[in-house]
Design a protein around this ligand. Structure first.
Ligand SMILES: Nc1ncnc2c1ncn2[C@@H]1O[C@H](COP(=O)(O)OP(=O)(O)OP(=O)(O)O)[C@@H](O)[C@H]1O
Ligand SMILES: O=C(O)c1ccc[n+]([C@@H]2O[C@H](COP(=O)([O-])O)[C@@H](O)[C@H]2O)c1
Length: 214
């Protein structure tokens, strides 16, 4: 049993004036670092909901060994286990893997709702490689959650430089969701060093003990 609801192919219900954080990810597998990001955004930005958008496949990653969407939806719900954190496979239904196109699709269906894009600091570093990345920043506020190894990304990331004028100081973070775009903030604070890569590697090692000992 989990307190997070799964919407396999649609969006969770909304009501006017809601503030929703869109948190896209591969979640292969989901871990407590993901939960840390979602809870941090929920609390610090004063959001009503987080929607975990489980991607059919990150366009910049090798997805040949990606588990099914259903497996990742249920794994993400187990980890999140929070009544204000919903899990959705809507991106597959929308037929997109690119965030800009996902936003086209979601924004059409959520008029009157304040949306914020939520991502970890590693994604700020490569954000300028995303399709229509400047367009994304001019149509949705963005919150970036600190991550070990990427705390200095606001200083060196191309996107951070390009949109330096639109960075919101932390004392105004609660208002981010309702701000005119471009607007982005970097949330410093406790960090989680968990990663899906590390979990996949340790699962592989546990599955092949015979090969470790000759
Ligand atoms: N420990 C963490 N701290 C901050 N952000 C994180 C953390 N783990 C994941 N994220 C963010 O969550 C989102 C989804 O990440 P993803 O599902 O790719 O997990 P990951 O651990 O980064 O996976 P992988 O190691 O396979 O790249 C991304 O925006 C990523 O930056
Ligand atoms: O739109 C793009 O070009 C793009 C490029 C890379 C990543 N993204 C999105 O960023 C989110 C985080 O991806 P990931 O793999 O780091 O969990 C996920 O929703 C991806 O679809 C989007």
């Amino acid at each position: 049993m989990t307190r997070s609801r799964i919407y396999s192919s649609g969006l969770p219900p909304v009501s006017p004036g809601m503030k929703v954080g869109l948190y896209g990810g591969s979640f292969n597998p989901a871990h407590d670092g993901h939960r840390h990001v979602a809870i941090t955004a929920l609390r610090r930005l004063g959001l009503d909901r987080i929607w975990c958008l489980v991607t059919p496949g990150n366009p910049l990653k090798d997805i040949s060994a990606l588990p099914t969407l259903e497996t990742r939806l249920s794994g993400t719900a187990q980890v999140m286990n929070h009544p204000k954190i919903d899990i959705t496979g809507a991106e597959k239904k929308a037929g997109t893997r690119y965030t800009a196109e996902t936003l086209d699709w979601i924004q059409l269906r959520t008029r009157g709702i304040d949306l914020v894009w939520v991502m970890g600091a590693d994604n700020l570093k490569q954000f300028h490689k995303w399709q229509r990345w400047q367009d994304i920043l001019t149509r949705i506020p963005v919150a970036i959650i600190d991550r070990p190894g990427y705390s200095l990304s606001p200083l060196y990331a191309t996107a951070a430089h390009h949109f330096a004028h639109a960075r919101i100081p932390s004392h105004r973070e609660k208002a981010l969701a309702t701000m005119a775009c471009p607007a982005w903030t970097f949330l410093y604070g406790p960090r989680s060093n968990l990663s899906s890569t590390a979990l996949r590697q340790s699962a592989k090692i546990q599955l092949t003990p015979d090969k470790q000992v000759p």
